[in-house]
Structures are given as structure tokens and as C-alpha cells.
Design a protein around this ligand. Structure first.
Ligand SMILES: Cc1cc2nc3c(=O)[nH]c(=O)nc-3n(C[C@H](O)[C@H](O)[C@H](O)COP(=O)(O)OP(=O)(O)OC[C@H]3O[C@@H](n4cnc5c(N)ncnc54)[C@H](O)[C@@H]3O)c2cc1C
Length: 344
């Protein structure tokens, strides 16, 4: 049975599900609210003439399962993925620096993390800048056959036989809440309501005429700065750039603060950690991640409303882990499950 399947969100979980479902012969349309692919596998074009590529979301990821290693091998063979090798260091509360040996390979994309999303989604019909505002279940009491209607803020609608929601749990919650009077989504809504996220501020900085650190990344025991990525070690176009991620506690405390104040607090601490040069960037940009990583992932591969009539499923990086890998596996497993369930 070929179906029209709407996927909400073009992060790695939604794209993985979409790719499997297209392979199985279904018509898939992906609706993405932002202007780019990959979700939190995100790349910012910054600096003079926007020539510098910086990964302001996930800095790197690891692979443990066979299925994800298969994707890593595919992306590596296409020249998209590389191993981020070099020196990784840790700074303790007293300011002492020690080298850290990663216990597995760190992967990143030379052309920017968003190139992973572009590759996985290359054969998909992806509609960018299309935010789904709500869902309506068209039940059997209407004349039409059972289906889902996706509602957009522009008042346009799209119909689909099945829906995959791959947005972060809080956003999935808001979408599911729009269906609650119509179909049995209450159990799912209650469960995802429990999911809690860390938040982070990310400061992107670019320098000229300075000697950049010789490490790839610095992890800090600090109340403001958690992680500094030296993007210069990833790619030529990230020359003399740093991406600084704050702690979740700092982000929570300052999420409503004046953005200039936030930048100043991060810059002051950066000077303490790296020295005076780090406080004099040529340019800088601040980003706020309301949903960075999940604290309490749900113990499923994916979640679905069972039955063949109007299926609906949730996939994403809050299910069975809080990583890029768990997000991918969630989408892949749902895609394979539906491909089997809805085979002719
Ligand atoms: C700063 C940071 C650091 C991280 N560090 C690591 C790390 O070191 N290692 C690791 O493995 N993971 C890390 N993660 C977590 C990892 O990025 C996520 O687990 C994973 O990318 C989630 O993928 P996803 O597809 O589930 O969600 P997302 O990537 O969030 O994709 C969801 C997509 O849905 C879209 N969307 C939402 N609502 C709607 C709507 N109503 N209509 C249409 N589209 C919608 C969003 O725009 C987004 O593109 C980090 C994340 C951040 C932000």
C-alpha cells in the first residue's frame, strides 16, 4: 500500500525516516520550518562576506551501532565525513590543562555539519521555511477517507495518510496537543511532557593576526563555559574561529537577559581561560539553543499510534539516547518498521 507520508522536521531523525520510506516506494514530503537541512547538525556562515563555516550545533559525534557505522562509512566514502583527529584537552577548576584521549573516533563534516542533512535528504521532497502549526485528524464521520491534515500559519493545508513528527519533544508536544480531542494521542503527549532539555548559549568568534591554540577542543570545569571548539582545526574556511558553548545552568539563568550582557559575561570568562587575545575578536555572533541535549531520553526506538488507518509516529534525539546516533536510529527504525508494516 503506497502512502503519502508527511515528515515534520528535516533533522537527521526525520531525514532518516524519510529516506527509508521513499526507498520503500512511499510518497514522502518533509516540512521544515527553518531555511536549512540537518536541524541541530547546524552550520553558520559568518565573518566577512559570510565566508567562514562554523558548526554552531553539534561539534562532532561518535558511532557505536552497526547501523550508524554504516551511515558513517557511506558519508566517509562520499568525502562528506572526516575523523576529527588531533589534541583534545581538559581544564580543571584550578586552571590546569591535561590532554584527554577520546575513547572513540570523533566525526565531523568538512563542508559543515549541515552537509550531512543535505546528503541524506538529497532524494526527498523537502519544503523549507514551512512551519507546521497543527494537525487535524480527518475521521470516518466525514465524507473523505481517513487522513491527516497539516495546518500552516499561512492558512494553507496539506493532507497525508501518515505523519512522522521529528521535532524536539517540546515542539512535538505542541503539535500533538492540537490533535488531542480527536484521536488517542493523550498517552504520548503525557509521556513526552516529561522530557527535559538542556539549553546552551553558543558564541561564535573570529580573529585575525593571532596565534590560534594548538588543540582541537577544550572541555572546561567552569560555571559559564563548558566547551570550546577550535574550528580552525576542522577546515580552511573556519580559519581563526572558535565556537564556545556555555553550561546549561548559565543558559537557563540568562535566557531572558540582555544579549549584550550575555556576550560580555562569556567574553570575560574566555579571557580568563585563554588569555587577553580571546577577548578581542574581529567579529562575534551569539546563538541560543533552547533545546540542546535531552536530560532524560525515553526508553523506546520510536513512538507510534498503532493501526493502519492514520498512523502517526514520533522520532528524534530524545528517544533512546540524546545523541546524533540515537536520533538517526530512531528515524531509521521507524522507517524500516513502516516500510514492512505498509508493504503491499
Ligand atoms: C550545542 C549542541 C551540542 C550538541 N552536542 C552533541 C554531541 O556532542 N554529540 C551528539 O551526539 N549530539 C549532540 N547534540 C545533540 C544532537 O544534535 C541531537 O540529538 C540530534 O541532532 C537531534 O536530531 P533530531 O533530528 O532529533 O532533531 P533536530 O536536529 O532538532 O531536528 C528537528 C527539526 O524539526 C524542525 N521543526 C521543529 N518544529 C517544526 C515544525 N512545527 N514544523 C516544521 N519543522 C519543525 C526543526 O527546525 C529542526 O530542523 C548537541 C546539540 C546541540 C544543540
Amino acid at each position: 500500500m503506497n502512502m503519502k507520508i508527511a515528515v515534520i522536521g528535516a533533522g537527521i531523525s526525520g531525514l532518516a525516516a524519510g529516506r527509508e520510506l521513499v526507498k520503500a516506494g512511499h510518497e514522502v514530503v518533509v516540512f521544515e520550518k527553518s531555511g536549512g537541512y540537518g536541524g541541530r547538525l547546524a552550520t553558520r556562515y559568518a565573518g566577512k562576506g559570510n565566508e567562514q563555516k562554523l558548526d554552531h550545533g553539534v561539534p562532532y559525534f561518535t558511532a557505536t551501532s552497526d547501523e550508524f557505522k554504516e551511515l558513517v562509512a557511506e558519508l566517509t566514502s562520499k568525502g562528506i565525513l572526516s575523523t576529527w583527529s588531533g589534541t583534545f584537552v581538559h581544564r580543571n577548576e584550578s586552571g590546569e590543562i591535561s590532554e584527554v584521549t577520546p575513547d572513540s573516533e570523533y566525526y565531523f563534516a568538512k563542508e559543515g555539519m549541515n552537509s550531512i542533512g543535505k546528503y541524506i535528504g538529497r532524494n526527498l521532497d523537502i519544503r523549507l521555511n514551512e512551519k507546521v502549526g497543527g494537525l487535524t485528524h480527518i475521521g470516518e464521520n466525514r465524507r473523505k477517507k481517513k487522513s491527516w491534515m497539516l495546518n500552516f500559519p499561512t492558512a494553507l493545508t496539506e493532507s497525508a495518510d501518515a505523519v512522522v513528527i521529528s521535532a524536539p519533544a517540546r515542539q512535538a508536544y505542541a503539535l500533538l496537543n492540537t490533535t488531542i480531542d480527536e484521536i488517542e494521542t493523550l498517552k504520548m503527549v503525557r509521556e513526552i511532557d516529561e522530557v527535559e532539555y538542556e539549553s546552551q548559549f553558543t558564541l561564535l568568534t573570529g580573529y585575525s593576526g593571532v596565534q590560534m591554540p594548538d588543540w582541537n577542543a577544550l572541555e572546561c570545569d567552569d560555571d559559564i563555559i563548558e566547551w570550546i571548539s577550535n574550528e580552525s582545526t576542522k577546515r580552511e574556511s573556519g580559519k581563526n574561529t572558535l565556537v564556545i558553548h556555555t553550561t546549561s545552568e548559565f543558559a537557563k539563568m540568562n535566557m531572558n537577559s540582555d544579549r549584550q550582557k550575555v556576550e560580555d559575561l562569556i567574553a570575560d570568562r574566555l579571557i580568563t581561560i585563554l588569555g587577553g587575545w580571546a577577548g578581542l575578536p574581529e567579529w562575534q555572533q551569539l546563538h541560543f539553543w533552547r533545546y540542546s541535549r535531552v536530560k532524560n531520553p525515553l526508553p523506546h526506538d520510536f513512538m507510534e499510534i498503532r493501526g493502519n488507518d492514520t498512523p502517526l509516529a514520533l522520532v528524534g534525539g530524545y528517544i533512546n539516547g540524546n545523541t546524533v546516533e540515537s536520533a538517526y536510529l530512531s528515524g531509521l527504525k521507524l522507517g524500516k518498521h513502516w516500510a514492512e508494516q505498509f508493504a503491499d
